[in-house]
Design a protein around this ligand. Structure first.
Ligand code: ASP
Ligand code: MG
Length: 417
């Protein structure tokens, strides 16, 4: 017997037929003798609709009332799934965030989970009851409903799995796992059997939009073995109930990955822009003078490259921001021109950041060199490079995005199984 948390996303509960299908997935695990808790999202499109209603009611609305409105989508699906499960003869009960309670901080609209008391759910699981928990929502210190930010029900699921000490947290979604790269760009992309938490964090924040980044952070801290798998497969197909090797991708501690490849995946982020400040004074405090005001204006800076100054007096600074923020960034920098003390600003939009990710590169030399050689052979010019222990990011012209992804994917042999 195992204890399993099963989470179903919006497309998996989009209508009653799909909710009935979800109920069959749950029944399979219950029938196998496992203790099960389920976390659900709102029906797909529902949260967007609710958000738009709050905007329509008033563009400057109170975040507490926003939460009270948008949390309702999950209330509906948790109740419907509990009914569908009861219809199949399963002892099921729905739970809203406040009933457990899932305690969060006071940041309405983007709250963080502080504490979950899993005792009651564990007790009822012991009696054979399935808890169907509304994802995305909790209870703030002001005793009002809070929500966790868009995509937050992934985080609800991982947090509940940690609280009840589940053996596994299965995230059922509309893709059947995590791939070596975006299969829409490279049809030879392969589904990974396993990926380390750290790698998944890089993949997720770089646009492999499978899980809310926060959920992966939480899974890493609490070592929650998290499976990404599809809800659209026949719930009773062979292997679906396999406890050790179900179909999907396991996100786990790196120690669980025995045959570690050097590179695990290629991610990309579109719509990047590059800003360069030319002939800055090379003195203490310049970086703070640049990035302080950008941060205050909530502009997310990513790659940062500073030149070594030739004569010890002037230098250049280049960094990237999302294309949508470039006008704002240029305005903020111009306003602070005197304090920063640069000569000219240059900017370029429509760039793409392609990243090579793998914890195996920690212990291998030459990983970056292979990427540069492969891109050079295709005539792709590199505008900036940054590296970390497990990632090499390369900024290039947007027109070459797909070619670069495919080139790197095959350069590390990811298209061969
Ligand atoms: N329903 C919420 C959203 O659409 C939470 C979630 O689905 O994870 O953002
Ligand atoms: Mg989601």
């Amino acid at each position: 017997m195992a204890r399993i948390v099963m989470k179903f996303g919006g497309t998996s509960v989009a209508d009653m037929d799909r909710i009935r299908n979800v109920a069959r997935h749950v029944k399979r695990e219950v029938d196998a003798g496992h203790e099960v808790a389920v976390v659900v999202s709102a029906m797909s499109g529902k949260t967007n609709e609710l958000v738009s209603w709050t905007r329509d009611a008033s563009p400057m609305h109170d975040a507490r009332e926003y939460d009270s409105v948008v949390a309702s989508g999950e209330q509906v699906t948790s109740g419907l799934l509990a009914i569908a499960l009861q219809h199949l003869g399963i002892n099921a009960r729905s739970w809203q965030g406040w009933q457990i309670p899932i305690r969060t901080d006071n940041a309405h609209g983007a709250a963080r989970i502080l504490e979950i008391n899993g005792d009651e759910i564990v007790r009822r699981m012991g009696e054979g009851q399935v808890a169907v928990v509304a994802g995305f929502q909790g209870l703030g210190p002001d005793n009002r409903i809070s929500t966790l930010g868009r995509g937050g029900s992934d985080t609800s699921a991982v947090a509940i799995a940690a609280a009840v000490k589940a053996d596994r947290c299965d995230i059922y979604t509309d893709v059947d796992g995590v791939y070596t790269t975006d299969p829409r760009i490279e049809p030879k992309a392969r589904r990974l059997k396993k990926i380390a938490f750290e790698e998944m964090l890089e993949m997720a924040s770089l646009g492999a939009k499978v899980l809310q980044v926060r959920s992966v952070e939480l899974a890493m801290v609490f070592k929650v073995r998290t499976f990404v798998r599809s809800s659209f497969e026949d719930p009773d197909a062979p292997g679906m109930g396999d406890l050790l090797n179900p179909p999907g991708t396991l996100i786990c501690d790196e120690e669980e990955i025995v045959e570690q490849e050097v590179v695990t995946g290629i991610a990309y982020a579109k719509d990047e822009a590059q800003i360069s400040l030319r002939r800055l004074a090379d003195r203490p405090g310049v970086s703070a003078a640049i990035f302080g005001p950008l941060a205050e204006n909530h502009i997310n800076v990513d790659m940062i490259v500073q030149n070594i100054s030739e004569d010890g007096s002037k230098t250049d600074m280049t960094f990237t921001v999302p294309s949508g923020d470039v006008e704002k960034a240029l305005r903020v920098l111009s306003e602070h021109k005197e304090r920063i003390g640069f000569d000219v600003i240059q900017s370029e939009s429509g760039l793409v950041k392609v990243s090579v990710i793998g914890i195996g590169m920690r212990s291998h030399a030459g990983v970056a060199a292979s990427a540069f050689r492969a891109l050079a052979e295709k005539g792709i010019n590199i505008k900036a490079i940054t590296t970390s222990e497990i990632k090499i990011s390369i900024l290039i012209d947007g027109a070459y995005a797909e070619l670069a992804v495919r080139t790197l994917h095959s350069c590390y042999g990811l298209d061969k199984s």
